[in-house]
Design a protein around this ligand. Structure first.
Ligand code: MN
Length: 231
């Protein structure tokens, strides 16, 4: 078989302490998964089933990258998030078996064009343009479960130019990783290479040209992104 042109390279994420990379298939993201953030966005955090949106696999950006300030926004936001990497396929995965499907964890940043998201909500339109733009998913090196286990507590932080903007704990997640995997796999077959960004704590805010943004999670390292000029 041949292609009419050279296929795009497989998007991938670094693995801590290894030369091998984790190939990315899809990126799922959970909305409103920390009560204080749900409130700051004007929603009631009472437990409702998790809901998902997606980003393209090739939106991944490595630690240390500079990205252009994206077009069509004047309100680019950071969102510190725990990233779950799926290593084993499954459908209707029960919560008790969910950990077996996880390959590793990383720190990630769900970059968001907040003004486009607000407009989408107001007009009852999809969030894709607000969430799934080019280079909207900085993700740090993955840490294999074999080394870090399944972190359920520990700090999750976002700093902009060294100033702490978000400072919470993984224990504050409304839906824990097993519940998220169970819900997701009831709706779609999860496959190796899928990533899940699990929602952000309170304190989201703006990034400006020249800002340096670092998301860090206890035991999982960090991901730093520099915002370059509009491009
Ligand atoms: Mn998010």
């Amino acid at each position: 078989m041949s292609f009419v042109f050279e296929p795009a390279p497989v998007p991938s994420v670094a693995v801590a302490g290894s030369e091998a990379r984790f190939p990315v298939r899809r990126i799922f993201c959970v909305g409103r998964n920390y009560a204080e953030h749900a409130r700051e966005m004007g929603n009631d955090p009472d437990k409702e089933p998790p809901f998902f949106f997606t980003k393209p696999a090739d939106a991944v950006v490595a630690d240390g990258a500079a990205i252009a300030y994206p077009p069509e926004t004047g309100n680019l936001h950071f969102e510190a998030e725990l990233v779950v990497a799926i290593g084993k396929a499954g459908r209707d995965v029960p919560e008790a078996e969910a950990p077996d499907h996880v390959w590793g964890y990383a720190a990630g940043n769900d970059l968001t064009r907040r003004d486009l998201q607000a407009k989408a909500k107001e007009m009852r339109r999809p969030w894709d343009w607000a969430k799934g733009f080019d280079r909207s998913a900085p993700i740090g090196a993955l840490h294999p479960v074999a080394e870090v286990g399944h972190p359920e507590t520990g700090f999750i932080r976002c700093e902009v130019n060294g100033e702490v903007k978000q400072d919470s704990d993984l224990a504050e997640m409304i839906w824990k990783v097993p519940g998220i995997v169970a819900f997701l796999s009831a709706s779609m077959e999860i496959r190796p290479g899928d990533l899940i960004m699990t929602g952000t704590p309170a304190g989201v805010g703006k990034l400006e040209v020249g800002d340096v943004c670092t998301v860090s999670i206890q035991g999982l390292g960090s991901v730093t992104t520099t915002i370059g000029p509009k491009g």
